[in-house]
Write a protein that binds this ligand. Structure first.
Ligand code: SF4
Length: 304
C-alpha cells in the first residue's frame, strides 16, 4: 500500500513538474518522500530557487504561505489546510497593530512562525537560526517589538543584553517541556549532552549544553564528540539525527513518560495519502492577495 502510494506520488510529481518540500518535524515516511527536507530558513531559500511549477509544502500553513509570498507566480499546495501552528495563531494582525500604535517608533522583528498578515506589519523576519544575528545588527538604542515567541525573544534578550518587548506567544510543543523532567532525564543518562531549541522555556535552556535551531542542532551532533544526546525539541528531528549519526544515541526530552507528547499535531497531519490527493487534485492551494504578498515580501527579502 505504502509502496504503491509512493510510486503514484512520484509519478504525479514528475507529470506536474512539482517539488515536495518537507520540514524536519514530519513523519519519517514524509521526510523520505520530500525532495528537500529542512528547517524554515532552508525551505524558504529552497522555495525561491525551485524551477518547479507547483510547490507542495509538507509542513504547516504559515510555511506554505511563506513559500507563496516568495513565489507569487507558482502554485503552492498544502496537503492539509488544517495544519496550523499554535505559535502563529497566538498573534493576530489586529492585536499586533494595536501594540504598534502604542510604540510608533519601534521596529517589529517577527519570527517566521507567524501569519502572512503579521508579516505585512513587520520590518524584518527572522528564524531561530538567524534571530541573534539579525537583532545584533539593529542599532543598540532601537526599540524592538519581538513577535510571536516569547521564549525565543527572552533568549535573544539574554544573549544581546537588549530589552525587546516580547509578544506573549509560545509553541505549545516546546513550551510544555519542563526543567524537572529534563533533570530526571539527565540523571537517567548522565553521559548524554542536552541540546535544546530556543522555543523552549528559560529554565530548560539554562540546563542545555547547546542551544540552536533544528539545522544547528543537526550540525552540532555531527561535529560534537559526545556519543549521546537528550534532545529538547519536536520528535521528528530524531529521524534525521539517527540517519546522520547511526552510532550515536538520541533520547527525546518528553515532558512526561507518555510517548508522543513531543509530536507537533499540526505537522503530523501531513500523510502520504493526503499528499497523493493534493498532487492529484491540486488542492488545497494557498491563495493570498497581491497586496498581502507585496507587503509581506519586504521583511522576508530583508532577512534573506
Ligand atoms: S512545532 Fe510548534 S512552532 Fe512548530 S509548527 Fe508545531 S506548533 Fe508551530
Amino acid at each position: 500500500m505504502t509502496e504503491s502510494l509512493v510510486e503514484d506520488i512520484t509519478r504525479l510529481k514528475r507529470q506536474k513538474n512539482a517539488v515536495i518540500l518537507g520540514h524536519y518535524y514530519l513523519r519519517d515516511e514524509m521526510q523520505d518522500i520530500a525532495d528537500f527536507v529542512g528547517d524554515s530558513l532552508a525551505l524558504s531559500k529552497q522555495a525561491m530557487q525551485t524551477k518547479a511549477n507547483i510547490i507542495v509544502f509538507c509542513g504547516v500553513h504559515f510555511m506554505a504561505e511563506t513559500a507563496k509570498i516568495l513565489n507569487p507566480d507558482k502554485r503552492v499546495l498544502l496537503p492539509d489546510i488544517e495544519a496550523g501552528c499554535s505559535l502563529a495563531d497566538s498573534c493576530k494582525a489586529a492585536d499586533l497593530q494595536k501594540l504598534k500604535d502604542q510604540h510608533p517608533n519601534a521596529m517589529v522583528v517577527s519570527y517566521i512562525n507567524c501569519t502572512a498578515e503579521v508579516k505585512t506589519l513587520s520590518d524584518i523576519i527572522c528564524t531561530s537560526g538567524n534571530a541573534l544575528q539579525i537583532v545584533n545588527q539593529l542599532p543598540k538604542n532601537q526599540e524592538i517589538l519581538f513577535v510571536p515567541d516569547k521564549n525565543l525573544g527572552d533568549y535573544i534578550n539574554k544573549k544581546t543584553g537588549r530589552q525587546m518587548i516580547l509578544w506573549d506567544g509560545v509553541c505549545h510543543v516546546h513550551n510544555q517541556l519542563i526543567a524537572e523532567r529534563i533533570i530526571q532525564l539527565k540523571q537517567q543518562h548522565p553521559e548524554a549532552a542536552l541540546i535544546a531549541h530556543p522555543e523552549c522555556t528559560a529554565p530548560v535552556l539554562a540546563l542545555a549544553d547547546f542551544v540552536g535551531s533544528t539545522a544547528a542542532m543537526l550540525k552540532f551532533v555531527q561535529t560534537d564528540t559526545n556519543q549521546s544526546y537528550i534532545v529538547a525539541t519536536e520528535s521528528g528531528i530524531l529521524y534525521q539525527m539517527r540517519k546522520l549519526c547511526p552510532n550515536k544515541l538520541f533520547y527525546i526530552a518528553e515532558s512526561t513518560e507518555q510517548c508522543g507528547c513531543n509530536d507537533c499535531p499540526y505537522m503530523k497531519l501531513n500523510t502520504l495519502e493526503k499528499l497523493y490527493q493534493t498532487l492529484l487534485n491540486e488542492t488545497p492551494e494557498i491563495i493570498l492577495s497581491e497586496e498581502t504578498i507585496r507587503k509581506a515580501q519586504k521583511p522576508l527579502l530583508r532577512m534573506l
